[in-house]
Design a protein around this ligand. Structure first.
Ligand code: SF4
Length: 201
């Protein structure tokens, strides 16, 4: 269904994508895109964000959960990228994880989307739900679930897991109880809608 799954976060520059991913923690992509629509007209590069006045950026991000911490992380990351990485987003997980507010999941989302480098499987709420629903992971911790999935899925297929399951979870198999009509096999064999086990949270 998703031969080239991509993030639905909107951006024009690489640093804007990093900002959007940081903002998306505990927040929907839709809400992030609503905020960044205006924000990204004003701030385009790491230099723009590094020069932001914290109180102004806080106000501009105030509709996003944890906006105060996220403001600090964004400005701190922008400054580090200029001081330590020549103004460019680094291309390794270890370097990305040095940025404030960037941990395993965010680093791997950035590497995959911007550079098609898959050094790990990022786990978010959709990936976690599927990992648990299909009994692919025992842990409840997101990074530990990533490790369990990385042990199961061949490395060449890591690129499909996060974005593929996010799209599938968003548009086909949501967390809410649903009738499975959008499931790919239901489309081929409609009667299957009466056969699938009833979904539950
Ligand atoms: S059958 Fe229903 S619950 Fe199972 S994966 Fe498909 S859409 Fe989700």
């Amino acid at each position: 269904m998703y031969p080239r799954p991509k993030s639905e976060l909107r951006y024009r520059t690489q640093f804007q994508f990093a900002v959007a991913v940081m903002l998306s923690a505990q927040c929907t992509d839709k809400a992030v895109n609503n905020t960044t629509k205006t924000l990204f007209k004003k701030y385009r590069t790491a230099k723009d964000f590094a020069g932001a006045t914290p109180s102004v950026l806080e106000r501009e991000l105030s509709s996003i959960p944890f906006y105060r911490n996220k403001t600090k992380a964004i400005i701190g990351s922008a400054k580090m990228i200029i001081d330590d990485f020549g103004g460019r987003i680094p291309r390794s997980k270890e370097e990305l994880e040095r940025l404030p507010g960037v941990a395993y999941k965010t680093a791997n989302v950035i590497l995959g989307e911007l550079f098609n480098i898959w050094e790990g499987i990022p786990t978010d709420t959709h990936v976690k739900r599927f990992a648990k629903r299909f009994d692919l992971a025992d842990s409840n911790d997101l990074t530990k679930i990533s490790k369990e999935l990385e042990a199961l899925v061949p490395k060449k297929d890591w690129q499909y897991v996060n974005n593929g399951l996010v799209l599938y979870g968003r548009y086909v198999c949501s967390a809410r109880p649903h009738d499975c009509k959008e499931h790919a096999l239901t489309k081929i064999y409609p009667k299957a809608v009466n056969i699938w086990p009833r979904t539950k949270k």
